[in-house]
Design a binder for this molecule. Sequence first.
Ligand SMILES: [Zn+2]
Length: 240
Amino acid sequence: MNELLSQLVTLQAIDLEIDQIDNAIKSEQNGLDERMSALAEREALINELQEKVTALQKESRTLESEMADKMDHVRERQSKMMQVQTGREQTALLKEIEDAKKSAKENEEKIMAIMEAVEKLTAQMEEEKNLLKGEKQLVTEETEKVRANIEAINKGKKKKDTTRSDQASKIKKSLLRKYDTLRQHRNGLAVINVVDGVCQGCFMSIPPQRFNMLLKGDEIFECPTCQRLNYYIPPTEEEN
Ligand SMILES: [Zn+2]
């Protein structure tokens, strides 16, 4: 194989390993991020429940004070009863008292319903708080583990990075730039084998004449379809 190509093939093998390391770090981090956002969601739910409870309690206090006013009104009207003379006045007062009592009763029913709702919401909130506590504990442990994992992975990556720069320093700058650009735009693969005249990067055939020249291994050829740099390693060798 062409010497320059062979250097690139070695470099790409290192780069692919580094890609794997980066992916491993990313997936460790992603797993933790997912857990964190689940925590945040549960916290938001608990806050929402708390807000509902607070609003209901406020409504209940308003209803209670209204109810007290209505009962005061009933008592005041009842004492007025002693002073009225005519049957018509009496009937009117009695109706007023009945209406106020009925209205106070309605308040009482609403307050009872609110108390029931508050009880349910509070129970739900307690349950969510317990779940949150357990999850927080887990995430704390998980965070430690992930941090240690990433640290270990990073140690391995540092070694690889050094190997990578050593290898890259052997390669002509312009060729290296081309290689880096290709890797960026061609899914991490800049140099690629050709098997039976088919580029293994894009799986398109390359012209037979060019394939014959490639077999000689003297020159660097770009794939006419994907522009990756083609090399040729016979299948048996590749399996090793
Ligand atoms: Zn191709």
